[in-house]
Design a protein around this ligand. Structure first.
Ligand code: ADP
Ligand code: MG
Length: 575
């Protein structure tokens, strides 16, 4: 909790205002019963109407002041809590944005979403209650006890019984509830995960008739969360009867014992009335404290979950003094690079060395799982190498800023991802400042112009979330246009032509040749026809290079390559 207090700093003035308002309001509350006792014991007993009106008027003023204070306090505290929540959320978001893929995999998307919504809400709610109660409850408790004692010391013995009873009940309940709160947030994560999978995988679920199975899975997670929530609430709900019981028992004791004392002339009626009200204030403040106690465990679970994200330092970060690679260049060099994914048994890439320069096309071919996409991930520094080094324009990628590195690269991922927005927006994602003509030119080169013209609205046509309203091949072509419009020094096409038919594939590559002439180009592909005329073909097998050279050279020297070529030629001939 303490670590999060820095987010309160900008609001310290308003927070102080809350405390002052709450302080004044509590004072008014403590003052009122005394005035009431005066009216009863002096005004009514003596039949002094003037006195009654005077003190009554004062009571009205005090009550009104208290009301104004509580309005001010609630208004300010709501503002502070909301501002705190907003700042915390944006700081959490910024931190998550800086995560490398490693950290994403560690937390999981669902949990990151719960942490930045529900968990922050819990803390925000706690802060709100805490600000409203942190002055009121102790002041009311202590002030109430003093005032009650000043009314009648003898009668005050009655409270001594009630307070420990209440305190014990609250402690036991808080201790029992804490682990359950932890469980509840985890179950919320789980529910979130199942829901997300269901929403994004809806087509697969329908196609494989798994709707019932998924419904059951969701219901299970839902029921699981519900049962924990019910258990928690049962515990908390048991608090209220305990409190009401002690409250009522105390009231009975006071009236009984106080009645006897009035009977024997040791106490006045107004004193008893005031005393009763003070005891109510005392017990009420205890109830408030106990409510706070219920919220503390829940909030502290959330605080821990939020801090876990805030404290995670991304493994991939910019060096303190980044070296500039200068440009324009585009030379890429792998020096004996070995890399394994966290938790993997054997390396995804081992001892990879090659270099590629501007004006060259380097093709990477290999079976699925041979490490082709991993190679691209490393070039973009989505992960850091275990050993060896990757140099771009002579500078180790770990020594330059991520911005500079990625500025040099136009990347078409294996799984094309589009954003909701217009077609032009999506292409311009590659470079914000691209003119309309440049956007159109990139689309034409990617052979996307024809189908864009066919869309209602052309370049202004809306792409639905995730790009579900266009085909896979169309998505791929827009992703290619997005990389082209960037005019980078290095192009990486990760299996970007697989969803295109042979004719479109050939046309795209012909158009690309012109645009990418002066750049370093990497084409990752499965089809021999796509890679055949590259300057250099790297054949990957199980994470290592088993052959490098031109098509002709490899046909002679590399058995794996020959096998790939033979299998595909046969396939095409049959077709
Ligand atoms: P390709 O693109 O050639 O099909 P990849 O580079 O995607 O192959 O994968 C290479 C190997 O690394 C595979 O064995 C795969 O299981 C593993 N792998 C890929 N991505 C991850 C990841 N995020 N975490 C752990 N292992 C991964
Ligand atoms: Mg791949």
């Amino acid at each position: 909790m303490l670590k999060l207090l820095r987010f309160l700093k900008p609001y310290s003035l308003a927070a102080a205002g809350v405390l002052v308002f709450m302080f004044l309001q509590t004072l008014s509350e403590l003052f009122l019963p005394t005035l009431l006792a005066d009216i009863v014991d002096t005004g009514i007993v003596n039949g002094d109407t003037g006195y009654i009106l005077k003190v009554g008027g004062l009571m009205l003023v005090v009550a009104l002041g208290g009301t104004l204070c509580i309005i001010g306090g609630n208004y300010l505290s709501a503002k502070v809590a909301a501002g705190f929540g907003r700042d915390l959320r944006s700081s959490l978001f910024a931190r998550v944005e800086s995560f490398s893929l490693q950290e994403f995999n560690r937390f999981g998307t669902a949990s990151l979403i719960t942490r930045s919504t529900n968990d922050i809400n819990q803390v925000q709610m706690f802060l709100l209650m805490f600000m409203r109660m942190m002055v009121t409850s102790p002041l009311m408790l202590i002030g109430g006890i003093i005032m009650a004692l000043s009314r009648d010391v003898e009668l005050s013995k009655t409270i001594v019984v009630a307070i420990p009873l209440l305190a014990a009940a609250v402690t036991i309940i808080a201790l029992k509830a804490l682990p359950l709160f932890q469980e509840m947030q985890q179950k919320l994560d789980r529910l979130n995960l199942v829901l997300r999978e269901n929403l994004t995988g809806i087509r697969v679920i329908r196609a494989f008739n798994r709707t019932d199975h998924e419904k059951r899975r969701y219901n299970e997670a839902n029921r699981d969360l519900t049962s924990t929530a019910v258990r928690v609430n049962r515990i908390i709900a048991s608090m209220l009867p305990v409190m009401m019981f002690s409250l009522n028992i105390t009231t009975v004791a006071i009236i009984w014992y106080g009645g006897m004392r009035i009977d024997s002339g040791q106490m006045m009626v107004g004193d008893l009335m005031a005393f009763l009200q003070y005891v109510m204030l005392i017990l009420f403040s205890l109830i408030m404290v106990s409510m706070l106690f219920v919220m503390i465990p829940r909030a502290s679970v959330s605080v821990a979950r939020i801090n876990e994200v805030l404290d995670t330092v991304p493994e991939i970060k910019d060096p303190p003094q980044p070296r500039r690679a200068g440009g324009p260049g585009g030379r890429v060099e792998f020096k004996n690079v070995t890399f394994s994914y966290p938790g993997a048994e054997k390396p995804a890439l081992s001892r990879i060395s090659f270099s590629a320069g501007p004006g060259e096309v380097t093709a990477i071919i290999g079976g699925t799982g041979s490490g082709k996409s991993t190679l691209a991930n490393l070039m973009l520094r989505f992960y850091d190498v275990d050993s060896g080094a990757i140099l771009v324009d002579g500078v180790d990628v770990r020594e330059m800023s991520q911005d500079e590195l990625r500025q040099k690269i136009g990347y078409v991922p294996q799984k094309s991802f589009l954003f909701s927005g217009s077609v032009a927006d999506n292409i311009r994602f590659g470079r914000r400042s691209a003119s309309d003509a440049e956007v159109r030119h990139a689309a034409e080169a990617a052979q996307a112009a024809d189908f864009i013209a066919g869309l209602a609205g052309g370049y202004e046509a809306e792409i639905a979330q995730g790009g579900v309203n266009i085909s896979g091949g169309q998505k791929q072509r827009l992703a290619i246009a997005r990389a082209l419009v960037r005019r980078p020094e290095i192009y990486i096409f990760d299996d970007s032509f697989s969803a295109l038919d042979f004719k479109t594939d050939a046309r795209v590559r012909a158009a690309l040749k012109e645009i990418t002439a002066g750049s370093t180009v990497f084409i990752i592909a499965q089809r021999v026809s796509t890679v055949m005329d590259a300057d250099r073909i790297i054949v990957l097998d199980g994470g290592s290079i088993c052959g490098m050279g031109t098509h002709r050279e490899l046909l002679e020297s590399c058995a794996v390559y020959r096998e790939i070529v033979l299998s595909q030629l046969a396939e095409e001939e049959i077709a």
